[in-house]
Design a protein around this ligand. Sequence first.
Ligand SMILES: Cc1cc2nc3c(=O)[nH]c(=O)nc-3n(C[C@H](O)[C@H](O)[C@H](O)COP(=O)(O)O)c2cc1C
Length: 152
Amino acid sequence: MVLMKGVDERGLVFYTNYDSSKAAALDACEQASMLFPWNELDRQVSVTGSVTRISDEESDAYFASRPRDSQLGAWASAQSHPIEGRDALMQQLTDVTERFGEDPIPRPPHWGGYRLVPAVWEFWQGGENRLHDRFRYQITVDGGWQISRLQP
Ligand SMILES: Cc1cc2nc3c(=O)[nH]c(=O)nc-3n(C[C@H](O)[C@H](O)[C@H](O)COP(=O)(O)O)c2cc1C
């Protein structure tokens, strides 16, 4: 699970650690799906497309907008890598806190955003007796969308 932090005509943006397990998978595959479930409404939206790292400038701007403690957390954690205990993690936080003091905290080079560029959207609405409604929007070569109703 990640937080979607941006959406516009270029795609959907989220942020993570570029040395994490998920980043390795995304960089290798360059394709991903996102699922937005609303169990209470019996609905979901899924999006599939290509994924690329966003520009350093865009990541810098978002990182600069984050609370200072979150900025320190991004420096303190080597996401997805084993650590011997929580004390060691807290020590890493102490180390980076002392290192930056009162200075502005730059974006770590190993932290930034990805943008998923949608090729397929699917809107799913649960129905009685599992006869759900599904509508697939698939991008066409001329940049339009082909819309199909799918069987549940
Ligand atoms: C509500 C929620 C929001 C999260 N948002 C993010 C996020 O925006 N970025 C991120 O890297 N991890 C986020 N996480 C943690 C990830 O789900 C995941 O545990 C972490 O990124 C490590 O994944 P990996 O080791 O598979 O790369 C979130 C977790 C939860 C429960």
